[in-house]
Design a binder for this molecule. Structure first.
Ligand SMILES: Nc1ncnc2c1ncn2[C@@H]1O[C@H](COP(=O)(O)OP(=O)(O)OP(=O)(O)O)[C@@H](O)[C@H]1O
Ligand SMILES: [Mg+2]
Length: 406
């Protein structure tokens, strides 16, 4: 795909329809067309992913098109900015076309329209969103980075389960995903996220570094895996990868793309300080440092805070006390540690090796293996507090950006 091409997705079981649209678009430069020879409902998961990185989705509307209304709603709610064009065949009643518009389709045109006219409609609707939206409408997910003052304190446990909790609440009929969340394992050399979620390691970040490519929509579709509970994951590579292999511009591009696709980008940071952390920290809203309250922990945490603040002065930094139960009365050590870090410890992850390791062994988030455990509840509280601090108005903006201009 040439740089700057507009991503357009064609969805129809009718190969002749896809051929016709494909030919119209092939006659004009600047379109990168992806064909899906299936109905909307059948490719819905994939369509949602495509919607996040495309400018326009074109589908063939049959008289039964409203049977696919749920698939359409899911597509529209997926967090993408793509507009949707329905091309209705001549048997489709007016009421159905009207219904599609009410569901959120941007425009409906009859398939009797001339090719030249259809090309014009496609050209107009595929104008890149960034040229037509105000800054307020643009979807920018929130980046939350998780770091640690020393290894083994529970940072990855927090990152995995925070991402899981940010996805949304459990409802009666299973988890209804109210927010789109991706967990990115940037602990490139010792990444353990894949193991926590029973996923295979992923060489995508390594290939991105080795081939010096910027992660485009195809790269991301191939690299991101979604767990059964709906959490998207970009895992770390299996083999050894030099930390300096990644270029800061690649990381800037990756985080930028992911922010457009997700409401929350949760990042498990490496213990090292490398140049490509700068774009991650510049994009981040919050950094959570899992630490302890003893002197060596406090010294290391102080260094981390100074480093993070240096990278992004407006970053909100919170120190989470790892593997320590919240005391009823704070000891002198707690008070001194909080003072040295100029913070208050709001969240404490209680020690519970059995619960933490059982979830790890089963490759499932704590919410599925030990929903009632104090550790699970504390991480749920951290997620709830983050959502609250980011502010309802911001999340509303995110929700409305799902279908701007429709
Ligand atoms: N609150 C907890 N109580 C007891 N054990 C825990 C707790 N949280 C995590 N663990 C266990 O501690 C070990 C290390 O956890 P984790 O991988 O989350 O730490 P980390 O800080 O990311 O370490 P690493 O340096 O390997 O990245 C795991 O075996 C995990 O199950
Ligand atoms: Mg870790």
């Amino acid at each position: 795909m040439a740089q700057g091409d507009k991503d357009i997705v064609l969805i129809s079981e009718d190969a002749a329809f896809n051929d016709r649209l494909g030919a119209i678009l092939a006659g004009q430069p600047g379109f990168a067309v992806t064909r899906c020879d299936a109905s909307l409902a059948r490719i819905n998961g994939k369509a949602s992913d495509l919607a996040k990185v495309s400018e326009l989705i074109v589908f063939k509307a049959t008289p039964d098109a409203l049977d696919e209304a749920d698939a359409l709603r899911a597509l529209i709610a997926s967090g993408g900015n793509a507009r949707i064009l329905a091309v209705s065949d001549s048997r489709t009643p007016f009421g159905v076309a009207h219904g599609l518009l009410r569901v959120g389709v941007t425009e409906v045109v009859p398939d009797t329209i001339e090719d030249a006219e259809l090309a014009k409609v496609v050209g107009r609707l595929s104008m890149p969103r960034r040229l037509t939206l105000t800054a307020q409408d643009q979807h920018e997910g929130h980046v939350i980075a998780v770091s640690k003052a020393r290894g083994g304190i529970g940072a990855t446990t927090l990152a995995v389960n925070l991402a899981d909790q940010l996805c949304g609440k459990k409802r009666r009929f299973g988890k209804s995903e109210t927010r789109k969340v991706i967990l990115v394992d940037l602990d490139l050399q010792f990444g353990a996220v894949a193991g926590f979620l029973d996923l295979p390691p992923n060489d995508a970040l390594y290939s991105m570094a080795r081939d010096r490519v910027e992660p485009d929509s195809v790269f991301l579709q191939q690299s991101i895996v979604t767990t059964p509970s709906g959490l998207s994951v970009l895992a770390a590579p299996e083999g050894f990868m030099p930390l300096t292999a990644l270029h800061p511009d690649q990381m800037r591009f990756l985080i930028g793309r992911l922010r457009k696709m997700y409401d929350f980008v949760v990042v498990d940071l490496p213990p090292a300080m490398v140049d490509w952390l700068t774009p991650v920290l510049e994009a981040a809203d919050h950094v959570l440092i899992v630490s302890g309250t003893s002197v060596p922990f406090v010294q290391q945490t102080r260094r981390l805070i100074d480093f993070f603040k240096d990278q992004n002065p407006s970053l909100k930094i919170e120190v989470i006390v790892g593997q320590e139960k919240k005391p009823l009365i704070r000891s002198r050590r707690h008070v001194e540690a909080a003072k040295a870090l100029q913070t208050e410890f709001r969240h404490w992850l209680p020690p519970d090796a059995k619960v933490a390791e059982d979830a790890m062994d089963r490759g499932r988030p704590l919410s599925e293996t030990a929903g009632g455990a104090a550790l699970t509840k504390e991480i749920a509280q951290i997620a709830a507090d983050l959502v609250k601090s980011i502010g309802v108005s911001t999340l509303n903006r995110t929700a409305s950006a799902d279908r701007p201009g429709r």
